[in-house]
Design a protein. Structure first.
Length: 194
């Protein structure tokens, strides 16, 4: 009797789902096996994608004469000097470049698109409904809560306390929606097993 690929796929998915759900009974060898399978698969996938990216995005360009593509490869290799006590100091340069470039790109890109435009859109809401009033006032109160140059005492402290409650309200709603999303994933996994 021949077993087709679809049946093997379904059995493998069911097995992995069951060993992950075995954590309900506590830490056990089956759950650890599931952890190792997941981490090993993710690490193998990341290595293959990384090598493929180096081949297509860097080495092929270096071969055609674009020598400056060797700089990121050199910086990437310098990260591995962290494993040597003698050359540990060399690993600071790629991390400095990585953190500096990432911060520069993120701050420049996000300030205009996220911070400035969202603040502008929030403050431009027409105050014609309770929802809009709550959003504008709540945003201002939460922003006041994170101003630490003035001590939170007196009437200002009471206003800031309302801002803290608005932030807690938002965090609770966000946590609830994430929990519901996870429960729908769990429901699908149990439905898959049935």
């Amino acid at each position: 009797m021949a077993i087709d690929l679809l049946t093997i796929n379904i059995l493998l998915k069911a097995f992995c789902t069951l060993i992950v759900l075995s954590y309900i009974y506590g830490e056990n060898p089956w759950y650890r096996l599931g952890e190792h399978i997941f981490i090993g698969t993710a690490a193998g996938h990341a290595i293959v994608i990384g090598i493929k990216n180096i081949q297509t995005l860097a080495i092929s360009k270096i071969v055609t004469g674009m020598w400056w593509y060797a700089i990121p490869i050199l910086l990437g290799l310098l990260i591995y000097t962290r494993f040597s006590r003698k050359y540990l100091w060399l690993s600071r340069y790629p991390y400095a470049v990585l953190i500096g470039v990432t911060m520069g790109l993120e701050m420049a890109g996000r300030f205009e698109s996220v911070w400035f435009r969202q603040t502008q859109a929030t403050l431009a809401l027409p105050l014609t409904s309770f929802d809009n009033i709550f959003i504008v006032v709540g945003t201002c109160l939460v922003a006041l809560y994170f101003v630490f140059s003035k001590e939170h005492t007196g009437s200002y402290g009471n206003i800031v306390k309302v801002g803290r409650w608005v932030a807690m309200f938002y965090f609770g709603i966000t946590f609830g929606s994430v929990t519901m999303a996870r429960m729908s994933v769990l429901t699908w996994a149990i439905y898959f097993l049935i």
